[in-house]
Design a binder for this molecule. Sequence first.
Ligand code: ZN
Length: 203
Amino acid sequence: MKIICIGRNYAEHAKEMNSPVPSEPVVFMKPDTALLRNNEPFYYPDFTKDLHHEVELVLKISKAGKHIEPGFAHKYYEEIGIGIDFTARDIQAKCKEKGLPWEKAKAFDGSAPIGGFVNKSVFKNLADIRFRLDIDGKTVQQGNTKDLLFSFDVLISHISGFITLKTGDLIFTGTPEGVGPVKPGNRLQAYIENDKLLDFEIK
Ligand code: ZN
């Protein structure tokens, strides 16, 4: 399986990063070795001094497809989950400065903790799903899919024009504003609506 991530998909986050709002989805990838499951602890890597949390809704692809029309994209995922796109912000800043790829800042081991998934049928409106991240009991990021620049269906259509999607692939759909540093000892808890789906510690 593969993990496809979307950058700058919420205007307020693009603004806090001093990045322009994109005219088409910004796409990057993480390898399967980035996955961290079952609320296992994340070990703070020694190559960064500025590790940031980015809480994101995650789509699980349920059927293989390519060149998917936006109108059919909803048939390619059944479940929505929540995850963290851990980012070594200091390394990313250096990559950006030199125009280099972001993988060292984004794709390292354990950089994609994911929690449980919920069937999308439980949501009345996929364009109005609230989600959030709490650190040590305090809410640090809150998002709502109504603020997505590119909807789930548009993302699936766009990505599948370049890369064949396969069953089990994950799409991290972008982070809302409020990204910031984590440190050893922090406990991260992520919620979709009032459902706690991810709960782990930084060590
Ligand atoms: Zn992200």
